[in-house]
Design a protein around this ligand. Structure first.
Ligand code: IDP
Length: 150
């Protein structure tokens, strides 16, 4: 079964611009299954853990300030290949290097305002899901899966 999961987060600029529904729509239309969603105001400890691989890099203080600038919407999406394909749907880190048709390609300009986050590997997805959803996700059967999957 399609048990792979990824952590997708609409960043504060995406929330402020009213892009939450647009981003959800793209993942739903593709056929991925939403198994957790919440809006929250992150704190510095959470965002530092989330971006721990970037601690010490020149842009690190800027990302922390960016993510703390307003509420985010965190989601867990499930499906076959959802981690890698989620990254395709997001586009590149730099929106100006992202293809039209991707979220960052369609809605962003600067890397420091790139609208959305998506896990870059199955391992980081599992780490990020635990971090952002310590309460767990919702397990449910979706009849649609019998139509979407071969
Ligand atoms: P990703 O989000 O595409 O996986 P990462 O390299 O993990 O990219 O960087 C995390 C976030 O930090 C990016 O999404 C972006 O918002 C920000 N960022 C990365 N590189 C730069 C930069 O060179 N300038 C400004 N912000 C950056």
């Amino acid at each position: 079964m399609a048990t792979e999961r990824t952590y997708i987060m609409v960043k504060p600029d995406g929330v402020a611009r009213g892009l939450v529904g647009e981003i959800i729509k793209r993942f739903e239309n593709k056929g991925f299954k939403l198994i957790a969603i919440k809006m929250l105001q992150a704190d510095e400890q959470l965002i530092t853990k989330h971006y721990e691989e970037h601690i010490g890099k020149p842009f690190f203080p800027k990302i922390v300030k960016y993510i703390l600038s307003g509420p985010v919407v965190g989601m867990v999406w499930q499906g076959k290949g959802v981690v890698a394909y989620g990254r395709v749907m997001l586009g590149k880190t730099d929106p100006l290097k992202s293809e039209p048709g991707t979220i960052r390609g369609d809605f962003g300009i600067d890397s420091g305002r790139n609208v959305v986050h998506g896990s870059d590997s199955v391992e980081s997805a599992e780490r990020e899901i635990k971090l952002w959803f310590p309460e767990g996700v919702v397990e449910y059967t979706r009849a649609l899966d019998d139509i979407i999957y071969e």
